[in-house]
Design a binder for this molecule. Structure first.
Ligand code: SF4
Length: 577
C-alpha cells in the first residue's frame, strides 16, 4: 500500500510506501497531519493538509471495516481533527492501493477542480468542477457519477464547503451511489473547499473486495458472524441509532430547548420505534435498515420516506433527532428529516446546525438582541418551518445563513447568547453533560473537541450521574474508540465486539500473519490520543480548553433527578496521567 501526496499549489505529486501495515484510519491521519501541518497555521490556509485515510481492514468485507478517516487541522476547534464516514471511499482507496491521500497547498484563488483517480493514474478535472459550482451534494454526485460511471465513489462538498463555512462536512457516496454519508464534524468540508477541491472521485476497481488467503477469510467470516448475532446489533438493525431516543429520554439526558431541559413531555413521536413503523407503513423508497458500505452486517442506516413514499432523508440518526428535533422542541419526524436532507445536501453537520439553531431560537426570546439583528427573521422553538426557512439561506450565505453554516459558537457570539453548547468551538452531541457525565468528560478532554464518537459511555450499565466514575469511564471509552477509528471499524461495532477484542485480534493476526501482545488495542488507542494531544499542545490548546461551558455547572436539570455537571477540573486535567 502507498501514500499519495498531491501538492495543489505546485502541481507535484509523489507516492511513498506506507511502511507500517497497521497504521491506518485515525492513527494515520494523526501521523500525516503531524508530519505535514504546522500546528499554528491557519486551518483554511494552504499550509493545512487534507488527509483521506483507509483503515487497516478496508476492502476486506470485514463488517464495518471500511470507514474513511478524514484528517486536518480543524477550523472549528483549532486542533487536530479526524472525522470518519461510511460509504465506499475506504474500500475504493484500498482497492486503488492507497492507504492514504494527502492534499497539500491549494489551487490558485478562484480555481476549483475535481481530483480523479483510477487505476491508470490521477488528474484534475476543472470542467466538471465548474459544472458543479454552487450545487449541492446530490446534484454534484449525480453529475460526476453520470459523467465518470457508477463504478466510482464520489467525495463532494456542497455550498457550505465551497463558502468555507466551518460546520461543513464532506459527503461520501454509498454502494448505491447516493451521497448520504458525511464526514461531518470539525469543518473538514471547509478545509476541502479552501484547497479548491469540489470533489474527489475514486475508482472502485475491486468491487467484490480484496481476495484473502483461506485462514484470513475464515477469521473475517467468523468476525462477521459474531457481529451479526450480537444482541444490541439486532436492535440497531431494526430501529437504527434512533433506538437511543427513549433510553436517553428516560435518563433525562436529551437536549431540549437549547439544553435547558433533559426530557420532552413525550418523546414517543421521535423514537426509533415510531420511526421504524412510519418507514414500514409508508413504504415506497423507505428502508428501515440499510448498509452504508458493502459488507456491513449491522446495517443501522435507514431511508425515511414522506407520506407518498418519496425519499425525505437518508439516514435519519439519533444525533440529528436530538439536536435538530428535541433540542428545537420539534417532535415531527417529517420536519427533522427535512432539516436532515437540506443539511446533507448543503454539506453541513447536523449536530452543529441543530446546536446553532437552538442558540438562534434562544436569541429570538432575548430582550437585548444586537441592534443589527431583526428578531422577526430568527427561528422559534417548536416551529419547524422557521428553522427550515433560515437553513434554506445557507447557499446564499445571507447573514443568518452564514451564521448557521459557521456553527453554534459563531452564532452565539454574533447574537450575544451566553448559553452556547460547545467545547473547543465544536457543538456537543445529544447527551446532556449533566446526566451522561462520562460522555461529558469525553466532550471536555477529547483532542477532537465535543464529539460523542470519541468516547460514548451511555451504554455502560452504570449510574451515569455519578461524578466519581465519569473520568475512568470516559478514559476507557476514548481509548477503545480511538483504537476502532484507527482500525477503520465503525463505532457501532463496539456493540458487538467491545467486550471481545480477541475476536478483532484473531482477525488481524490471520490477515497480517502477525502476533499481537495482550492489551494491543489499548496501546493503539492511547498512541492515537497522545499523538493528537501533542499536536493540540503545539497548536496552542491548553487545559483551559478542556472545559465545558459554565452553564452546565450552574444550571441544574431537575427531571427526573436534580443534577449539574460536577466532575472537578483537577480530575479532567489528570485523565491522561
Ligand atoms: S453500523 Fe451503520 S454506520 Fe456503521 S458501517 Fe454499518 S451501516 Fe454504516
Amino acid at each position: 500500500m502507498n501514500i499519495l501526496m498531491v501538492n495543489l499549489t505546485s502541481g507535484e505529486t509523489r507516492s511513498r510506501p506506507a511502511d507500517d501495515p497497521l497504521a491506518g484510519g485515525r492513527l494515520l491521519t494523526g501521523q500525516l497531519v503531524s508530519e505535514f501541518v504546522p500546528p499554528q497555521c491557519d486551518p483554511l490556509g494552504p499550509e493545512n493538509a487534507l488527509v483521506l485515510a483507509a483503515g487497516v481492514l478496508a476492502n476486506m468485507r470485514a463488517s464495518t471495516g471500511s470507514r474513511l478517516s478524514v484528517g486536518c487541522k480543524s477550523p472549528l476547534t483549532g486542533g487536530i481533527k479526524e472525522s470518519n464516514s461510511g460509504g465506499m471511499a475506504g474500500d475504493s482507496l484500498a482497492g486503488l492501493g492507497y492507504q492514504a491521500i494527502v492534499f497539500l497547498g491549494a489551487l490558485p484563488a478562484g480555481r476549483t477542480a475535481v481530483f480523479v483517480i483510477d487505476e491508470s493514474g490521477h488528474r484534475l478535472d476543472f470542467d466538471s468542477a465548474e459544472a458543479c459550482q454552487g450545487k449541492g451534494n446530490e446534484e454534484t454526485a449525480a453529475y460526476l457519477l453520470n459523467r465518470y460511471g457508477q463504478d466510482f465513489c464520489a467525495l463532494t462538498i456542497g455550498q457550505a464547503g465551497e463558502q468555507l463555512m466551518t460546520a461543513a462536512g464532506i459527503a461520501v457516496t454509498d454502494a448505491e451511489g447516493n451521497p448520504y454519508r458525511l464526514a461531518a464534524r470539525g469543518g473538514v468540508g471547509a478545509v476541502m473547499g479552501s484547497k479548491g477541491l469540489k470533489a474527489v472521485l475514486l475508482a472502485r476497481p475491486d468491487k467484490s473486495g480484496k481476495s484473502l488467503e483461506k485462514n484470513a477469510r475464515t477469521n473475517v467470516t467468523s468476525f462477521n458472524k459474531h457481529v451479526a448475532t450480537s444482541e444490541r446489533v439486532q436492535v440497531l438493525r431494526q430501529y437504527g441509532t434512533a433506538s437511543t431516543v427513549m433510553p436517553v429520554q428516560s435518563l433525562g439526558g436529551l437536549p431540549v430547548r437549547n439544553f435547558s431541559k433533559g426530557q420532552l413531555p413525550d418523546a414517543d413521536p421521535i423514537s426509533g420505534e415510531t420511526m421504524h413503523d412510519l418507514i414500514v407503513g409508508r413504504g415506497g423508497k423507505g428502508l428501515p435498515s440499510h448498509a452504508c458500505m458493502s459488507g456491513c452486517v449491522i446495517q443501522c442506516s435507514n431511508a425515511f420516506p414522506d407520506e407518498n413514499g418519496d425519499l425525505l432523508a437518508a439516514p435519519v440518526e439519533f444525533e440529528t433527532i436530538g439536536l435538530c428535533g428535541s433540542n428545537l422542541e420539534l417532535t415531527s419526524l417529517d420536519n427533522i428529516a427535512k432539516i436532515n436532507r437540506l443539511c446533507n445536501d448543503y454539506g453541513l453537520d447536523t449536530i452543529e446546525v441543530g446546536a446553532a439553531l437552538g442558540v438562534m431560537m434562544e436569541a429570538a426570546g432575548m430582550e437585548n438582541l444586537p441592534a443589527n439583528i431583526n428578531r422577526v427573521g430568527l427561528p422559534r422553538f417548536g416551529d419547524g418551518a422557521s428553522a427550515l426557512r433560515v437553513l434554506a439561506q445557507v447557499p446564499q450565505a445571507t447573514p443568518l445563513g452564514r451564521l448557521l453554516g459557521d456553527g453554534a459558537l459563531a452564532t452565539g457570539k454574533a447574537l450575544g447568547v451566553r448559553r452556547i453548547p460547545t467545547v473547543k468551538g465544536q457543538a456537543i452531541s445529544a447527551y446532556d453533560p449533566r446526566v451522561v457525565k462520562g460522555t461529558a468528560v469525553t466532550y471536555a478532554t477529547s483532542p477532537q473537541g465535543a464529539d460523542h464518537t470519541a468516547g460514548l459511555t451511555v451504554f455502560f450499565p452504570v449510574d451515569h450521574r455519578d461524578p466519581k466514575i465519569a473520568v475512568s469511564l470516559s478514559r476507557k471509552a476514548q481509548i477503545q474508540r480511538a483504537a476502532y477509528d484507527a482500525l477503520g471499524l465503525c463505532a457501532f461495532n463496539t456493540s458487538a465486539t467491545g467486550q471481545r477484542p480477541d475476536i478483532i485480534i484473531n482477525m488481524l493476526s490471520a490477515v497480517y500473519d502477525m502476533e499481537f501482545p495482550e492489551g494491543w488495542m489499548d496501546t493503539l488507542g492511547l498512541k492515537v490520543i497522545h499523538l493528537e494531544r501533542a499536536f493540540n499542545r503545539a497548536a496552542g490548546l491548553t487545559a483551559q480548553d478542556d472545559r465545558l461551558p459554565e452553564f452546565f455547572k450552574t444550571e441544574a436539570l431537575t427531571e427526573p433527578v436534580e443534577t449539574v455537571f460536577d466532575v472537578p477540573d483537577a480530575e479532567l486535567d489528570a485523565i491522561w496521567d
